[in-house]
Design a protein around this ligand. Structure first.
Ligand SMILES: *Cc1c(COP(=O)(O)O)cnc(C)c1O
Length: 454
């Protein structure tokens, strides 16, 4: 299987090359040259474990990794999850289900793609003999999930910038208490945007970049998108047979990575009827999918911080299909958007996507109502997926993706239902020593630091 860029001006690559590259050199995102039809396999896959299903699905794409090796990598990626089903589907009501995606090491859904990506990086180093330095900025979940996917791996260092004093205390502990030698948490004076800007500037420094073999961790890596298709398939296969028609999957969304994976799975023949994009008050996707106008706003911090995003990097992959696979059209849309901050699609076809938006005022009351009715505790991101749950159509099956464990956000939960939430892995962090490096938000100084430690 070969992979091409949505902007059509980069050479085609193999799976392993795409994993190592992330963003295409023309600024586009990679997609597979064809989408296999999985519909015929579903019956055969229905009794597989999560790791077995991942292997069957991903071996359709990772055609340049020998099968036994791929199988071993995938087994290893999902062995540190704390639930025997890896991604358990829980039924709350006649036609309401939750797919719990918080059983990985950092208790958020990003562990599902990133545990695998960490091992794929390692495979790449094994093949090329070239060490990798991973560099990224984080406002929370991505950084900790990336760190925990690369802990202690040979020939990989990971440098994660975060804004000092501006991330949740538990998230800071997840980033700084790993105890691993190859992890460098850099607490930067300034905001998340400042940290992000430094990272972008460093990536533009070609000479530095090549010398240190820098690699980005972010949600545009195609391996992340493909590995997320697996839990949509897994969830559908866990549904009772009579609940499998007219299924809507609801994904708390920010960068449009998670929900796009579901759409790809549907395109490959997974029989789900619709996908709901559930945003918080940062509603760029809600506005696009309800009006056809894509317009950047400014980020307003919310109770669901991992969705505090105003430009959704993965949207370009959908735009490619929306524009009938015309890469020139994709280039011109992305150019207009980057120059003006707006693009209006006319006509706009939302395909099978629907959208909702949840404000900070609504999040605690949704958590309270769901807790009262079902004795089930939602985290603030998942709460956005429950918007309107009382009035949902009875002839549909709803699966809400639970993207984080509630114990990661104890203040909001306390405010909503007066209970304190904990998790053993978060408790354990409280006694571990913090290791971080407090640095000024200055590109030169960060580069010197990397130079010294890479
Ligand atoms: C990252 C994240 C999201 C948003 O996922 P996208 O793929 O960016 O749309 C939702 N919930 C949680 C808890 C996250 O960490």
């Amino acid at each position: 299987m070969k992979y091409f860029s949505t902007r059509g001006q980069s050479p085609e690559l193999s799976f392993c090359e795409v994993v190592a590259t992330g963003l295409a050199p023309d600024g586009g995102l990679y997609l597979p040259e064809n989408l296999p039809d999985i519909g015929q396999n579903l019956e055969k896959w229905s009794s597989l474990s999560y790791a077995e299903l991942s292997f069957e699905f991903l071996s359709l794409f990772a055609t340049d990794i020998p099968k036994d090796r791929l199988q071993e990598i995938i087994q290893r990626s999902y062995q540190n999850f704390d639930h025997p089903k890896t991604a358990p589907l829980k039924q709350l009501d006649q036609n309401l289900f939750v797919l719990e995606l918080f059983h990985g090491p950092t208790l958020a859904f990003k562990d599902y793609p990133l545990q695998l990506l960490g091992n794929l990086y390692e495979e790449q180093i094994h093949r090329t003999g070239i060490p990798i330095n991973v560099l990224g900025a984080t406002s929370g979940d991505t950084g900790s999930a990336a760190i925990h996917s690369l802990l202690g791996k040979k020939n990989i260092n990971i440098f994660i910038l975060y804004p000092e004093g501006r991330i949740a205390p538990l998230q800071e502990r997840q980033i700084t208490c790993s105890g691993a030698e190859n992890v460098y948490p850099l607490a930067i004076k300034g905001t998340f945007d400042d940290a992000q800007k430094i990272v972008k500037t460093i990536f533009k420094d070609q000479a530095f970049n090549q010398k240190h073999h820098l690699s980005a961790v972010n949600s545009i890596n195609l391996a992340r998108i493909l590995s997320q298709c697996v839990y949509y398939i897994y969830a559908w296969l866990r549904l009772p047979k009579d609940a499998r028609t007219n299924v809507e999957v609801i994904a708390p969304s920010g960068n449009f990575g998670n929900v796009f994976s579901g759409w790809l799975a549907q395109k490959m023949g997974l029989p789900i009827a619709s996908l709901r994009i559930a945003t918080n008050q940062n509603d760029i996707l809600y506005r696009l999918f309800t009006t056809g106008r894509y317009e950047k706003g400014s980020v307003r911090p919310s109770f669901a911080p991992s969705m505090d995003i105003q430009v959704s990097s993965n949207l370009e992959r959908f735009i490619y299909f929306h524009e009938h696979e015309n890469t020139q059209k994709v280039c011109s849309i992305m150019k207009t958007f980057s120059e003006t901050g707006t693009y209006t699609f006319d006509p706009f076809n939302p395909s099978s996507f629907t959208a909702s938006r949840t404000t900070d005022k609504e999040i605690p009351s949704i958590i309270r109502e769901v807790h009262e009715r079902y004795n089930y505790i939602l985290d603030p991101h998942t709460a956005c997926g429950f918007k309107g749950f009382q009035n949902q159509s009875k002839d549909k099956t709803h699966i809400v993706l639970a993207t984080a464990h509630p114990a990661k956000f104890p203040q909001v939960i306390e405010q909503a239902i007066g209970l304190s939430t904990t998790h053993p892995s978060l408790d354990a962090l409280q006694t571990k020593p913090i290791k971080n490096y407090i640095l000024p938000g200055d590109t030169r100084i960060i580069q010197d630091f990397i130079e010294k430690h890479a």
